[in-house]
Every structure is written in structure tokens, then in C-alpha cells.
Design a protein around this ligand. Structure first.
Ligand code: SF4
Length: 749
């Protein structure tokens, strides 16, 4: 028996864990008291991670699909030689736009994504399709307009707020805030603090709230407009803050003074008196913040909703202060800035779509494969991602992926997407390799957790850094060795001496600029070999730590790291390598928020013309299509659903079918009872589901969870494949994030 430190990989909180391990089995999981952010906290989902690590569907050997559809085992050399040659042939014949990647870095599985990006560079492709672009790119796009860069990202200081609004999220189940259940309990038991939940379902969080606005699905923009209008009409906005830190308020004020408040509140179908209480309470609180999530980002007016929620904390001055919303910094940049107004932004062939934060929306991908003619996408690598089930319109993805000339899937199991692949490459699990947790988006105190492997890779599986580095070598874009760099790395394995290695690396890349995009693999093959405990994959953190320390030296020093102007970053890197439970890498001051705003005038630019246009057009919201009287809210977070890395259904203690929650009145109308089967049908498709009568949902809406529908040991799909109901065209017109929380359906018992 041994006890090891690890982290949960099921949601963005990445709680620290301790695992008791016997042989190759995890026998007990607890929260890690030493983790600097989560301090021992976990929820019930983490305790079941043994079902992810050990199950009979784990892949152990590369697979090649034969013409008759069977998979046969092949060696790594056979697989990678053929993939390399086929990729090069496609690139040489059709150019870089014939290639795209999907996925690359799920929850806590981020290192692989950095190495995969190099394959795009080798293919001269800029098409990076990622699940973040079916969730958050409206938010990112707005950050670019409001704060000057899509790398700016807001966070919320829920723990120190007196007045908190949870908008379109259910932290009790979806987490997303520090130690969610404890934090909610703290707010609830303090009579001086107020919790508001805005959600069409009476969620577990809503049950703890002081005020629950149970609005109609799809009416968030109306309700937010009304709240903002009440604040401005009553003069509760923070004029001093707006004058000091913002531009463009006049344009906003003009619209807000003309919002028909009573009409908009009636559309949302919530009590006006409660809306007024929320508006006044938020505006006048000493410290207030909003926490938002997919509930507003996956529904009608998605990007506009993000704009309005940001206006709420901006016009009331609850920004850049303790207990408010803030910007944060990141050790590993997961967001980039791609402004679609610039000429050099690569757009897609069929939809002329631009990337946001460097990533493309999944909604358009089937069309870019099927309808873009000679310039279509012909080859893809899908990494740690199962688009067939998790991206909109399963039938469209089945057709599109089946037509590719080359589909390579890198994953730990034979996913539904992998079943269509020409090659399936077995990846080591997240507990069999070095990895880090990249969604630590905290402010002012931020942490980072580099995780060490607990087991050897299963069978012949390999970590992604090794897979992609070998593939680059087979493609001939990097040499098999860098003797000079390897020699320097070997002789200089400590913090001060890493500077010498970085200087040598920079000189190498300056001499041979073609190698510059492959820095991750070069670090992996050189410095990586000299790092302790075979932490080769973590070598790419060295330049990132140095860069971060150069940009934020005071914050790094406040976190307790020591070094001079040159060695602070290398010392931080060595500390990251040592810290098995993770570490704090920066402690900011709230005033730093203003140095993180990227507009040259360091002000927030409130006037966003595209949003003002959408706002004015809000009245013309289309009504439900005839024959589909219910709104399906697809993708509910529950006690026993998670991302699709859990394939073994035995991990669930309850809700084995992923039931359709339906209001008693509606169940009576269609003749459904608890546990009865119901056909749920949208304009795009139909699935059979199991009914669960539940008065927490509004009449007229039904709810299905995400994370179901996988096959296990060649079974039929287990639970609902919700993306058989979603359509790729039902999405935000600007950034193409899907309206999963507003799918018109009809139900037949
Ligand atoms: S699911 Fe999220 S909140 Fe629960 S233990 Fe895992 S990381 Fe923590």
C-alpha cells in the first residue's frame, strides 16, 4: 500500500487528492489537506476515479482499421510511419487548410494539447476545434472588446462578497467556485450576506438561496436588461467608478432608460418586486459579484447575455476589488487573442468563420468537412475528446467523420469517435503521466498543480508528449536528437543554471527559425531528459514560468518565491517540479486588475456596437417552432454525471438512465409516469428516455443530463445521446456557441 498525491480531473476545480494505492489499483481517495487551494475539499465524484483508471475498455496497443471495418493491433512505428506519410501527402497536395485538430486538453489534461499544437504547425493549419468554443467563446470575444484582449478573463470573488448572484449555474453540482458546497454554506448561514440564484430550475443551489428568480428558459437577456434598467433609472450605478475606469457609458444609459421593465420582467415570468430587490441589493452592496456559466452561455442571446452580466458588475463598480469580479493572470496561457477584424486572421472555407481566442466552434465543423468542396478538411487528429457525442448534431458528425481521408484518435478508450477512426492511438491515463491542472483562474491568489504519474502507462500506451514528438520526428520536421542542447541540459540541472539552457535554446531557435513552433518537443527531448523523476513533459513549463515571473515579479515574490530579476522564474519552475500537492505561484493586489486591462488607456470600453445592435433587436426574438411545445435544457449537471472519461456505468450510484426530468403537470398531460419511457423528439432527431417526475423544473421545460450515451464493453448506448437532438445551426449568430439549454422538443409517452 502506498499513498500518493493527485488531483481530480472531473471539473475545472481540480481538487487536490490523496490516493491509497495497492498494486495497480486505487483503493481509497480523499481530499488532500496540503493542496494550497482546495485544502482537503472534494465532492462525491472524485471518490469514484478508480472506475476511470481501471476498466476493461482501456486501450493498450495502437489500432488500425482495416477495409472491412475491423481494428487490428499494430506497432507504434507502423502506425506513426503511416500517419506521418499520409499527413504529409495531404498537406503537400491540398495545403494546411485540409487538416484540423479537435480537442487537446480536457479537464486537467492540458499538457497533451500543447504538444498537439505542434502538429498543426507542421501541417501549416490554423484550424483548432475545441469544446471551449462551444461554451465560452462569446465570453472571450466580449473580453476582447471590453478589456482590449481575449486573453483577459474575469473571475469572481464569491468567498468575500456580501451579495452573490449565481446566474445560469448550479455550483452545488457544477462547482466552478472555490470549495463550492462549503462556500455556499458559509453564505447561507451568514444573515448579512445574500445569495440570489437565477435559473429556470429550482436547483440544489437555488434551494439555499435568499432569492430565486425561476425565469422562463431563454429569457435571461430580458431579465438582465430589466435589472440594469432599474439600477440606472434609480441612479444606483457607480458614477465615480464609471468616470474613472470606463468609456462609453452614455450609449448604454440611453438604451437602459428605454427598457420596458415591467414587460421584460413579465416575459421572464418572475415577480417584479423580487427583481427590484435583486437590482437594488446588488447595486448597493459593499461587495457584490456574479458567477455565471453555461446556463446563460448555452441559450438564446448567448453573447448578449455575457455582455449584460458584465455590464451589471461594471456599471455598479463591483470590479477590481475584494468581493467583486476581477481579471486574473495565468501561468499557462490557455487563451490567446485573435481579433477577427484583422486581415491575417484565417477564416474557414465554407462558413467564413473566424477563431475566437485561437479556437474554432465545433458547430461548423461537419460543414467544413462535407460542404467545402476541394478546400474541405480531409484529415483530423482528435485528442482526448469525443465529438461524436459531445458536440452538436451527432448524425452530422457521424457522416462528416466517416468521409475523412484520415482520422486519427488519441484516447484512453475506444470512444464513439474512435470507432470511426483509421488509427486509434492509446494514450496513458491521467494518472500514468505528468500532467497539470490549467484552469486555475483565481485572483488575487492563484495556484498551479503539476501532477506526477502514479502508475506506469498501461500496456503499450504512451503519454501524448511522446506520441506527438515521435510523430513530428517521423514527419521530418524536427531531428531525432539535439546533442548540443542535451549536453547543456545534462550539466545544468538547477534553478540558476536553467538560464544557460534557455540562452542555448534561444540561440538554436534563432539560428533555425523553422524549429521555433516545436519548442515543446525540443524541450521534452533535451531539458526533459535531465529533469528529476522523468518529468520530461513538464520541461515546457520552464519558459512559461520565466515569462510569468518577468511579467509579474511582485506577485510571484508575494507568493514566497525567491530569486533575482533573472532567476525568479527558474526558481518558480523548480518549485513547481517539487510541489507534489501544487503551490501558490502568485499573490496579486486588487489594484493590479487595472494593469491587466489591455486597452492602451487602461479603461473598460463599455460600448460594443455589435452588442448594442443585438440588444436593440431583442424584441424580435423568434417564438417556438410549431409542433415542439417543450424546451429541453440539455446538459444538466447532476450528482453522478461528469465529462465522458467515466465510461464504466458502475461509477454511478444513482440515475443510471440519465432521466428526463419533467414537471408533474406536463407528465400528466403526456401520460408519463416515474420510470416510464418517453420519446423526446426535436427538429433534428429523436431519442428514447426514461421519465422522472420532478417539480423543480418549470412547466413547459424538461431537462436531460450530459455525459451519458457511451457504449461500454460493446453495450448499446447507456443513457441519452443528447446531441442526436441538437442542431449545429441552432447557435449564437456571432460566435456559433450552441443553444443546448434551449432545444424545442415534443414528447410522446
Ligand atoms: S468533480 Fe470537481 S469539485 Fe468534485 S472533487 Fe472533482 S474537481 Fe473537485
Amino acid at each position: 500500500m502506498r499513498t500518493e498525491k493527485a488531483a481530480c480531473i472531473l471539473c475545472s476545480r481540480n481538487c487536490g487528492l490523496t490516493m491509497d494505492i495497492e498494486g495497480d489499483r486505487i483503493v481509497r481517495i480523499k481530499g488532500d489537506e496540503d493542496h494550497p487551494l482546495t485544502k482537503g475539499y472534494i465532492c462525491q465524484k472524485a471518490a469514484r476515479l478508480g472506475h476511470y483508471q481501471n476498466h476493461p475498455d482501456r486501450l493498450q496497443q495502437p489500432l488500425r482499421r482495416e477495409p472491412d471495418g475491423r481494428f487490428v493491433e499494430v506497432s507504434w512505428d507502423e502506425a506513426l510511419d503511416d500517419i506521418a506519410q499520409r499527413l504529409l501527402a495531404i498537406r503537400n497536395r491540398h495545403g494546411g487548410e485540409a487538416f484540423a485538430t479537435a480537442g487537446g486538453g480536457g479537464q486537467g489534461n492540458h499538457l497533451g494539447g500543447a504538444y498537439l499544437a505542434q502538429i498543426r504547425a507542421a501541417m501549416k493549419s490554423r484550424y483548432n476545434y475545441n469544446s471551449l468554443a462551444q461554451e465560452k467563446t462569446g465570453d472571450f470575444w466580449l473580453n476582447g472588446r471590453l478589456f482590449g484582449s481575449q486573453t483577459c478573463h474575469t473571475t469572481e470573488d464569491v468567498e468575500h462578497a456580501d451579495f452573490v448572484i449565481f446566474l445560469g449555474c448550479n455550483p452545488y453540482q457544477s462547482h466552478g467556485i472555490p470549495n463550492a458546497r462549503d462556500t455556499l454554506k458559509e453564505i447561507k448561514k451568514d444573515p448579512a450576506r445574500t445569495m440570489v440564484v437565477i435559473d429556470p430550475r429550482r436547483t440544489e443551489t437555488a434551494r439555499q438561496a435568499d432569492i430565486h428568480l425561476q425565469l422562463k428558459p431563454g429569457t435571461d437577456a430580458f431579465l438582465l436588461s430589466a435589472i440594469l434598467s432599474i439600477i440606472v433609472r434609480e441612479g444606483l450605478h457607480d458614477r465615480a467608478f464609471l468616470a474613472a475606469h470606463c468609456t462609453g457609458f452614455d450609449a448604454i444609459e440611453n438604451i437602459l432608460l428605454n427598457v420596458p421593465v415591467a414587460d421584460y420582467v413579465a416575459r421572464a415570468d418572475v415577480p417584479l418586486a423580487d427583481v427590484e430587490r435583486v437590482a437594488r441589493g446588488f447595486a448597493t452592496a459593499r461587495a457584490a459579484c456574479l458567477r455565471v456559466d453555461l446556463g446563460i452561455q448555452h441559450t438564446l442571446n448567448s453573447t448578449l447575455n455575457s455582455y449584460l452580466e458584465k455590464l451589471l458588475f461594471l456599471i455598479t463598480g463591483h470590479f477590481g476589488k475584494k468581493g467583486g469580479n476581477n481579471l486574473h493572470t495565468s501561468l499557462v496561457p490557455i487563451f490567446s487573442h485573435t481579433d477577427e477584424r484583422k486581415q491575417n486572421i484565417k477564416r474557414t472555407v465554407y462558413h467564413n468563420m473566424f477563431p475566437v481566442s485561437g479556437i474554432m466552434p465545433p458547430n461548423i465543423l461537419p460543414d467544413e468537412i462535407l460542404l467545402a468542396g476541394e478546400r474541405r478538411i480531409r484529415a483530423m487528429i482528435v485528442d482526448s475528446c469525443n465529438p461524436l457525442l459531445t458536440w452538436p448534431d451527432t448524425a452530422a458528425f457521424e457522416k462528416a467523420f466517416s468521409s475523412l481521408e484520415l482520422l486519427v484518435v488519441v484516447d484512453v478508450a475506444l470512444t464513439e469517435t474512435a470507432r470511426l477512426a483509421h488509427y486509434v492511438l492509446p494514450a496513458a491515463s491521467q494518472f500514468e503521466k505528468w500532467e497539470f491542472t490549467g484552469f486555475n483562474l483565481e485572483f488575487p491568489v492563484n495556484g498551479f498543480h503539476l501532477r506526477h504519474p502514479l502508475f506506469a502507462p498501461l500496456g503499450n500506451s504512451l503519454p501524448e508528449p511522446e506520441i506527438y514528438t515521435r510523430l513530428l520526428e517521423k514527419m521530418g520536421v524536427i531531428p531525432a536528437s539535439f546533442p548540443w542542447l542535451e549536453k547543456i541540459a545534462r550539466h545544468e540541472p538547477d534553478a540558476a543554471a536553467h538560464l544557460g539552457f534557455l540562452a542555448a535554446l534561444t540561440a538554436t531557435l534563432m539560428r533555425n527559425k523553422k524549429l521555433a513552433p516545436y519548442g515543446a518537443s525540443i524541450l521534452y527531448r533535451t531539458l526533459g531528459k535531465a529533469l528529476p523523476d522523468n518529468a520530461a513533459a513538464a520541461a515546457l513549463l520552464l519558459p512559461l514560468a520565466v515569462d510569468y515571473a518577468n511579467q509579474h515579479p511582485a506577485a510571484v515574490r508575494r507568493a514566497g518565491h525567491r530569486g533575482n530579476r533573472l532567476t525568479l522564474g527558474t526558481a518558480l519552475f523548480r518549485a513547481i517540479l517539487r510541489a507534489r500537492s501544487g503551490l501558490i505561484f502568485s499573490v496579486h493586489e486588487f489594484n493590479d486588475t487595472w494593469s491587466l486591462v489591455k486597452h492602451e488607456d487602461r479603461r473598460v470600453h463599455l460600448e460594443v456596437p455589435e452588442m448594442l445592435e443585438s440588444w436593440r433587436a431583442l424584441e424580435q426574438q423568434p417564438s417556438l417552432p410549431a409542433g415542439f411545445p417543450f424546451i429541453l435544457v440539455a446538459g444538466d449537471r447532476r450528482a453522478y454525471n461528469a465529462n465522458q472519461i467515466y465510461r464504466d456505468p458502475a461509477w454511478r450510484k444513482i440515475d443510471p438512465h440519465g432521466a428526463l426530468r419533467i414537471h408533474p403537470q406536463d407528465a400528466a398531460t403526456i401520460g408519463a409516469t416515474n420510470g416510464s419511457k418517453v420519446i423526446c423528439e426535436s427538429e433534428r432527431g429523436r431519442i428514447e428516455v426514461v421519465a422522472e417526475i420532478d417539480d423543480s423544473v418549470r412547466p413547459g421545460m424538461v431537462v436531460l443530463p450530459h455525459g451519458y450515451g457511451v457504449r461500454y464493453q460493446d453495450s448499446a448506448p447507456i443513457g441519452p445521446q443528447i446531441n442526436r437532438l441538437t442542431a449545429s445551426t441552432h447557435c449564437d449568430p456571432l460566435v456559433r456557441t450552441p443553444f443546448h439549454k434551449y432545444v424545442p422538443v415534443r414528447l410522446t409517452a
